[in-house]
Design a binder for this molecule. Structure first.
Ligand code: URA
Length: 232
């Protein structure tokens, strides 16, 4: 009996070793499997051009002091685009948005509605880290606004999620407060491109004010429902 068991284990190990799927599987192997992120040549080119344009900005102190441009993360094919404020130290180091503690919370928020970075696209209003993580000035926001507007047009998402009051004030307007604006769908035009926009709290704010997480959860459920409604 023991001998038979040993033999079976050996056989299973052997199958694993030779990757038996390759031999016994009926399905053909797709050696040309498309990367999920593959986007049309035009979109790739437009994103590259936009990134180059931002890198070529002249006389910008933010750019001079930053280590890296923080352009985006996630799937450019996604129909859900999240926009934060500006990179922090971790993001500046890695050249990717939301990789620090706020980013970890953002990942959890996304997971709560069955999303992750492969299913969304993430950027910021400002592409370079403001020193000491200060809030970007109105002048800086004004300077970078055309780039994020263009970025939205290129990605053409069906849902834009604005994370926090800086993103909200930059995109929706200055004379509004987040407590009144969050959790509402608004239709907005970016150039000729029309899309649905929702404001929610920034994850860094939620870390400071965890009691507000229940409101953020309401917003997340609205995003989940919209996603279903739009068949995204
Ligand atoms: N906060 C933001 O708004 N954006 C980031 O990329 C990181 C932190």
């Amino acid at each position: 009996m023991m001998l038979k068991k040993n033999k079976t284990i050996k056989l299973l190990n052997y199958y694993k070793l030779i990757n038996y799927n390759l031999i016994y599987n009926n399905k053909p192997i797709n050696r040309y499997k498309k990367d999920n992120y593959e986007i049309s040549g035009n979109k790739t080119k437009s994103l590259e051009n936009l990134k180059k344009t931002i890198i070529n900005i002249k006389n910008c102190d933010l750019q001079k002091q930053a280590k890296n441009i923080v352009f985006s993360d996630g799937n450019p094919k996604s129909k859900i685009m999240l926009i934060g404020e500006a990179p922090g130290a971790n993001e500046d180091e890695e050249g990717l948005p939301f990789v620090g503690r706020a980013g970890q919370l953002l990942d959890k928020m996304l997971l709560a509605i069955n999303l992750d970075r492969k299913k969304v696209y993430i950027s910021n209003i400002i592409n370079y880290r403001p020193p000491e993580n200060r809030r970007p000035t109105d002048k800086e926001i004004k300077r970078y606004l055309p780039y994020i507007t263009k970025h939205i047009q290129i990605i053409s998402p069906k849902i834009v999620v604005l994370l926090g009051s800086t993103a909200m004030n930059a995109i929706v307007g200055n004379d509004i407060v987040i407590s009144k604006m969050r959790g509402k769908w608004i239709e907005m035009k970016f150039g000729n491109y029309k899309t649905s926009v929702i404001v929610t709290f920034h994850p860094a704010f939620l870390m400071r004010q965890p009691a507000q997480k229940k409101m953020a959860w309401i917003d997340l459920k609205m995003i989940r429902d919209k996603k279903i409604k739009l068949n995204i």
